[in-house]
Design a protein around this ligand. Sequence first.
Ligand SMILES: Nc1ncnc2c1ncn2[C@@H]1O[C@H](COP(=O)(O)OP(=O)(O)OP(=O)(O)O)[C@@H](O)[C@H]1O
Ligand SMILES: [Mg+2]
Length: 484
Amino acid sequence: MTSAPIAYSTDGRTFHFSTDIKSGHEIGSYVRLETEAGSTFLGQVLDAEIKGIGTGSMSVSGIGEIRAITDGEAILDGKPTPFGSATLSDVDPKVVHAYFARLRGSKAGLDIGRMKRVGDNETATLQAAGFGRHTLVCGQSGSGKTYSLGVVLERLLMETDLRIAVLDPNSDYVNLNEFGGADQMGLDAAEQEKLSERYAEASRRVSIHGTRENQQPLQTRFGRLPIEQKALVLDLDPLRDAREYNVLGRIVREMPNTEYSLSDVRQKAASMFDDGAQNLAIRIDNLNVEDMSIWAPNDAPAMLDLIPEDWRGIVLDLGSLPSANERSLMAASAVHFFWQTRHRRRPTLLVIDEAHNVCPQTPTDRFQAMAIEDLAAIAGEGRKFGLYLLLVTQRPQKLHVNVLSQCENILLMRMNSKADIDHLASVFSHVPEPMIRQASSFGLGEGLAAGRISADPMLFKTGTRFSVEGGSDIPAAWAEQRKK
Ligand SMILES: Nc1ncnc2c1ncn2[C@@H]1O[C@H](COP(=O)(O)OP(=O)(O)OP(=O)(O)O)[C@@H](O)[C@H]1O
Ligand SMILES: [Mg+2]
């Protein structure tokens, strides 16, 4: 015996349903609800469970939310009303697209791949305007975070005017300004050419900064750092190291401009006669910070001198820096820079990959402590100034809670750890928990988009990157079967 699909709603917002086990109405899918009174609604299934196991008459029961009133094709004005009984059937994907397009209005959409559980091959479109809130991208190693984020960034470059700054510890985005061919998209030569031209135009003002050949410099000048950062580089505390801190302050004040190096400070300190100055010179020697690759030589320009006013994208290839200290300092300096210049009010997306290393719950070095302070400020107040965060991590529980709790959007890729899923479900309590729990069954490149970036929580499979992937995975040739 099969049970007839039936649904009811007591509030006109949510609905309960029971259907035959073969109906295929899975979590995340859309349904057409037709009430006895003749109204048709679009609903989304948010939870479903099998009932009656072992009784010989299994069925699926679940709940969902009513999204819109439809006439079976278009979306109509008005508010859905409660109903005592409605039939439940498959929905035409066109209705889902019409509903998304209506909510997007005049704002840009980002086509990132294919929707799952809606039709067979339907385009998954994110709401670009949603990136005006903070976003978390998370998933376990190898789940496709970097690849998928690459797709999102490329589409943001092509479809919007949002500035994008990427802190890239694994050198994954160093080719963001290079069209890669998008071979798997099945385009003909003319379409490829057109896409290539469009991408070249969109990524023209994206610069890549690092220490590798062909990269723009990733260097700053010690004299330009604010005094707190200078002290941080030298691990100086104004109370604990009162004398040395005081000498540093005096030297800085006496410099004619900001174009001096750490070596200039050391020389000056060494030439002074008090103990504090001598200790400061010794400290600079002992910390081994004078020769770090992040300092621009006195006769060479610093990174900021080379970035034009109308920059569109900046990738900081932190992975090209030789030491963890330099990576940490550069990341903290960049975050500090964006917070300090917030009054310029230029909408900017600050992308931080491996964000748990930049702003962990418990800092392990002095640079992280500074970055946490600035990122907490950006997370709390950045939006007012047009500063939006996009944080990428495998370890959401390690991310500082003041930063994580301000993320409204989530792009969740495969995640096996139950503890991490539980944590996300409590932080993203506005996202239906059963949808978050789907993450343990995602395949490569599959994910959930929820928050302002998607009208409804949406399951997707990422499409093709336009630009060349950076540091890709090591091929598993070592595991090939030996020829006998
Ligand atoms: N949608 C996709 N289509 C094709 N290949 C993909 C897709 N998503 C990911 N890949 C490939 O899978 C591999 C792992 O993906 P990726 O590097 O994005 O994972 P990750 O989640 O960033 O991992 P990690 O946390 O270790 O950095 C890469 O080689 C990438 O090219
Ligand atoms: Mg990655």
